[in-house]
Design a binder for this molecule. Sequence first.
Ligand code: A2P
Length: 282
Amino acid sequence: MIEQTPVNQAAAVKAPTSPDTQTVTQVQHWTDSLFSFRVTRPASLRFRSGEFVMIGLMGDPDPKTGKQKHLLRAYSIASPAWDDELEFYSIKVEDGPLTSRLQHIQPGDQIILRPKPVGTLVHDALLPGKRLWFFATGTGFAPFASLLREPQTYEDYDKIVITHTCRDVAELDYGSRLIGTLKQDEMMQELLGKDALDKIRYYPTTTREQSPKMGRITTLLEDGTLFNDLGIDGMKADTDRAMICGSLGLNTDLKRILEGFGLEEGANSDPKHFVVEKAFVG
Ligand code: A2P
């Protein structure tokens, strides 16, 4: 079920009312528990594809003082650094303080955005390599939605493998649509280079609902299924680089597996073979 609210004229021209406020331009609901949205981008905001910012809404007024606090959560920017707008991909948590309200935003509404991007899922945190792996579960796909549209990804690597694991098939829609559209988009072909998009190998899996490829990515890595399916003879520190974004459990388990292959975790200040970031839930 994909329900899209189009940008309307009023939304497109409505100016933000404070430096930390941005206007929603588009909202798309992917499932009962997932949605994506786009907002205006502050002219001064510079970020590296893969980074995150704090976004949110005004909280309820304090009963005593009447003052409203900002209700903010960390969100990976899902759009690339060159995009005029900012895109975000979010879970809807029924009793989540922020997402229970954020899920109802409409084009023309305003959200708060702190323009201080940070994060470790950036090219600068990896040493040069030949093959880049993106490992995502759930909304952990968001930073890769940015990096898959970033020209440097294709300039720096010969092959890009993106794995995305969700419980159910519909939860894969945002990612599979994005990759499908990307591969057919003439503007992207021109921007990234004609053959660049052929470097992508997309590997979606589900763990609960039946689908062509089932299983946790950790299991598929450890039992060799992933490598067999892709015709790759494993991951090595001299050729392979990886970025991981999922739940805490996934991050911990994958880190152990990659370290078992001889890869070391890097950081902005100390680039190495792989980097990890938690998919943020609000
Ligand atoms: P599973 O269904 O076996 O728990 P969630 O919706 O809980 O954030 O999980 C998203 C996806 O990540 C699910 O397919 C889930 O599989 C998988 N997952 C959760 N924890 C781990 C882990 N520690 N290692 C590998 N996959 C995980």
